[in-house]
Ligand binder design. Structure first.
Ligand code: TRP
Ligand code: SF4
Length: 337
């Protein structure tokens, strides 16, 4: 029996891209062997910024889970569920919000960044209004983790500030009520750096520069062919600078074997490799890598009812764990009679 619990969630932002795969999902798949893993779709978190734009929410939730399963998240090994299917998370969120000092959330740098993005219109939100719920983002995240009293949380660097607050809240709860109930969950960082989009900017759906896990071979090839390369190079015989080729060469480093990466490096430097050929070869490598995942995804996408069954079973497995934690919390705080 895997004893230590690990919780991680993702906001349903549509179909996942290959950066998500490399940066997050591949790691999640591995962690399943070692930990008792709770993987969930953070639909309430999605609403902290997209409260006025929910028409795709239902389909986005199904799509994210379809991607997870295709990539190897195994519902027989892990708990796979939707956040809003576990009402105990909301109940815990209310209690935690009572003991969380205002200034802890107000100074959260990740939250400050989100607020900046909304105000600047970069993050899609029709009203650009900031809500009370958004301020509670890190508290809700703490409830996600503490409802299962997890010990570990695999997250990227951008989420560390939130997790720091979770640790503070867990400690504060234990101090106020003089108990040793909650663990102070530790981050589990992913090793792989974030992949850039084909234009060299941050990869993301809203920037239209991402390659989706679910893209077909043709689309993938077309996108890779558009990628930027060493800009100082005009023709094949020009000596190249792979280190300045921040998309194509970086992708090689992530997706190709070492020998191939070394060949690309030396051929490019010596002017023996054209960028078009180089990209065509990269597209092939990416397509090969994702072909089994895409096949599985295609089969799963025809069975949304099956995905819903998985989520229902996940809820039925996960909820009793959260119920038990909540019962203890309510006893400690004095909520239950
Ligand atoms: N905030 C996370 C993100 O945007 C998603 C998330 C919500 C999460 N609750 C969580 C991650 C709990 C880990 C644990 O990526
Ligand atoms: Fe980049 Fe390949 Fe062109 Fe070199 S040959 S600049 S590595 S795309």
């Amino acid at each position: 029996m895997k004893e230590q619990k690990l919780v991680s969630g993702m906001r349903p932002t549509g179909k996942l891209h290959i950066g998500h795969y490399k940066g997050v999902i591949e790691n999640w798949v591995k962690l399943q062997e070692e930990y008792s893993c709770y993987y969930f779709v953070a639909d309430w978190h999605a609403m902290t910024t997209k409260f006025d734009n929910t028409e795709s929410l239902r389909q986005d939730k199904i799509n994210v889970v379809t991607d997870w399963l295709a990539c190897g998240i195994d519902p027989n090994k892990s708990f796979v569920y939707i956040q809003s299917d576990i009402p105990e998370i909301a109940k815990l969120h209310i209690l935690l919000s009572m003991i969380t000092p205002n200034n802890w959330v107000e100074r959260d740098p990740t939250l400050k960044d989100m607020i900046k993005m909304i105000k600047s219109g970069e993050e899609k939100n029709n009203s650009s209004q900031l809500s009370y719920g958004l301020l509670g983002y890190p508290v809700l995240m703490s409830a996600d983790i503490m409802a299962f009293n997890a010990s570990f949380v695999p997250v990227g660097v951008d989420q560390l500030a939130h997790l720091e607050i979770t640790r503070d809240i867990a400690r504060r709860f234990n101090n106020i009520y003089k108990v040793e109930l909650f663990n102070e969950p530790l981050p589990k960082m992913t090793q792989v750096p974030l992949l850039k989009g084909i234009d060299g900017q941050k990869m993301g759906k809203s920037f239209r520069n991402d390659i989706k896990i679910s893209d077909d071979e043709e689309t993938t090839t077309k996108k890779v062919m558009q990628a930027i390369t060493d800009r100082s190079r005009l023709r094949k015989s020009d000596l190249g600078h792979p280190d300045n080729c921040e998309v194509v060469y970086e992708y090689y480093k992530v997706f190709a074997d070492r020998e191939t990466v070394e060949t690309v490096y030396s051929e490019c430097q010596k002017g023996k490799r054209g960028c078009a050929d180089c990209k065509r070869m990269l597209a092939k490598i990416i397509n090969n890598k994702f072909s089994p995942i895409r096949e599985r995804r295609f089969e799963l996408s025809k069975r949304p009812e099956y995905i819903k069954e998985i989520l229902k079973a996940g809820k039925e497995k996960a909820r009793p764990v959260a119920q038990e934690v909540l019962e203890r919390v309510n006893n400690i705080v004095g909520i239950s009679l």
